[in-house]
Write a protein that binds this ligand. Structure first.
Ligand code: HEM
Length: 198
């Protein structure tokens, strides 16, 4: 088996590349190179990374079905876990940088700022997916129930895009690009369902 079709090689490639942005952020923080507002930089970077990995998880099924790239399926869990990893980093940066570790001020902020509420809901929806990502949990829940639960991915991606859109003030280019990507990936799934019923 060549390394191109070796799933262990794919996993290692993904492990290293998924971790690289975090390593660069930590390294730049250590060098004091995160710009004038490091908290804002890290919050934004981790937020975008969480959303990118969410979109990548949604990309796996269409790529498998359209191009027969079935090897991607084995990597989907790790891609999803990276979305969760950057989501946790995003939340921690918010709690440390924005809330100054005052955890009791978080519920107040959720009620005051709607974009925080949307982000928080999206993040909380990620928790059951991460918690049920092990083989043992898939076995315990059964494939059908597990797949149903993991459709929450759609809501998380939509929530992430709405959260992003609510933050930007004038230039909506990036949230719009994510909205188009998520829209196309969900439209693909809808089209497959409609074809199945018809
Ligand atoms: C845990 C709950 C969450 C909180 C408290 C939160 C909070 C924040 C805050 C304070 C910002 C920066 C706003 C600014 O700079 O004005 C932000 C930006 C962002 N967040 Fe979240 N967020 C949460 C969850 C999420 C999730 C789950 C995603 C993605 C799936 C996400 C994606 C983003 C994106 C894409 C940005 C904008 C980055 C940019 O401006 O370039 N957030 N979030």
């Amino acid at each position: 088996m060549t390394f191109i079709s070796d799933s262990r090689f794919h996993r290692q490639l993904l492990l290293v590349n998924g971790l690289l942005p975090a390593v660069f952020i930590v390294f730049d923080h250590w060098r004091g190179e995160l710009g004038a507002n490091p908290v804002e930089f890290v919050t934004r970077a981790t937020g975008v990374l969480a959303l990118i990995f969410m979109v990548l998880t949604l990309l796996v099924t269409p790529l498998r079905k359209l191009f027969g790239w079935n090897w991607l399926l084995k990597q989907r869990r790790l891609i999803g876990l990276y979305a969760f990893f950057y989501g946790v980093a995003h939340l921690l940066t918010y709690i440390a940088g924005d809330r100054d570790w005052q955890l009791l001020s978080v519920p107040d902020d959720v009620l005051k700022r709607p974009f925080i509420a949307v982000g928080m809901i999206s993040f909380l929806l990620m928790v059951p997916l991460a918690a049920t990502s092990t083989n043992a949990m898939i076995k315990k829940m059964g494939g059908k129930r597990w797949n149903q639960l993991h459709r929450l991915t759609y809501l998380i991606a939509i929530g992430g895009v709405v959260h992003y859109y609510m933050i930007v003030k004038s230039d909506i280019t990036y949230p719009l690009a994510f909205a188009i990507a998520v829209g196309l990936l969900l439209a693909y799934r809808l089209a497959v369902q409609i074809r199945k019923v018809a």
